[in-house]
Design a binder for this molecule. Sequence first.
Ligand SMILES: C[S@@+](CC[C@H](N)C(=O)[O-])C[C@H]1O[C@@H](n2cnc3c(N)ncnc32)[C@H](O)[C@@H]1O
Length: 245
Amino acid sequence: MITKRDFHTLFSLVFARHRGATHAARIENFYGPQASGYDAFRWRILHGRSELYQSLPVNAGEVWADFGGGTAQNFESIAQFVPKLSKVHVFDLSPSLLAVARRRAEERGWTNFVLHEADVTSETIAETLKPASCDVTSFSYSLSMIPNWFLAIERALEVLKPGGVIGVVDFYAARRYPDSPKQVQSWWRRTIFPIWFAFDNVSINPDYVPYLSERFETIHLEIKRVRLPKTWIYVDYFHFIGRKK
Ligand SMILES: C[S@@+](CC[C@H](N)C(=O)[O-])C[C@H]1O[C@@H](n2cnc3c(N)ncnc32)[C@H](O)[C@@H]1O
């Protein structure tokens, strides 16, 4: 059922303003008006997030850095485990989404949470976290919102310890001739979806999976198809879990 808050979020989404002189300004103009309804609404359309966070190989006492972590809702799926982590660093450009994350951490008593309003492609990341200081990094539907996504992956590599883990979930588009038959997509899917999502400032790039596979040792790669609620539209997303070589 569509609630009043859903309607408001949907309205903000459809009439979202992507205006602003910088990426940070465009992001906040887009997310600011939707921040209060973000969790409930996105939970139904951004699939595979809980599965990714639950399946990452992470141990008690380790340090996790979430890149483009937004409201930090994904940590709800491992809520019992969160207090056992030494630190959880959440980086995001949107102060409105981070305010929701801050409230969540306070309500949950997650004193190990550190929230950073920062661009994950900037050198600030390397200044905030020492090189090779993290055990796990994650990107949940954030690569597709970061123009220099390859630089964001390089920042994650910098802060990961050797043998550290990266987990990524995002929309999937295939190259015309992908490496494996499992990665093939029809012309229609790999052409129409990137164009459609681009209206919402989401760039679905066919190079995500090849780039991640090149930079990390692949532990797990899976492409899944899911139906958007209340529609006959199916979208593809991928899970990538890799280890720093
Ligand atoms: C679709 S949301 C996903 C949020 C969250 N990871 C989730 O799964 O709900 C994309 C997020 O990426 C953030 N983002 C986009 N570009 C960024 C950048 N350059 N640096 C940091 N965060 C960025 C946005 O502010 C937003 O929170």
